[in-house]
Design a binder for this molecule. Sequence first.
Ligand code: ZN
Length: 186
Amino acid sequence: MLLGACKILDENVIEVTELAKLNILEYPDERLHTIAEPVDQIDESIRDFVKDMAETMYDSKGIGLAATQVDVHKRIITIDISEDQSDLLILINPLLLSRDGEVVSQEGCLSVPSIYETVARAETVCVEAMDLEGEKRTIDADGLLAICIQHEMDHLEGKVFVEYLSQLKRQRIIKKLEKKRKLSDG
Ligand code: ZN
């Protein structure tokens, strides 16, 4: 990256260099199909990585990010569904305890940019996960949070939301993304 060389330009660019933005894999990158490994110890490197994940998620205007999406195959998720980025939820080694009901909604994903498709999910979920202090907590979620948790937990299993769609729809999405990438590559 050329970011280091940007320091001479102006103050705004220097701010950019300070953001710990991680590179987000884009569908259909095969690495998105990797099954993540459990975190066995929450040490300084995990804490630093989670901080980078949260910054990357906020910077990309996302409401959720799984470590899989930044090519780190550990069971870590960051979520913030608040309007003002004030309610960061960190799920380490999340485990689904129960699920109930069904709800259909439009989903998007930072790994499938500008594509929104309808997916059916459980309406409520109960998950157990560790926080950054290593404390186990149980989260009862409904609404957007429940959908987001299921979407991100899928990533840890190597599943991207468009894989709930028909083969035909998925092929169309892959073509669309290819076209977009070609355009942005000039
Ligand atoms: Zn996603």
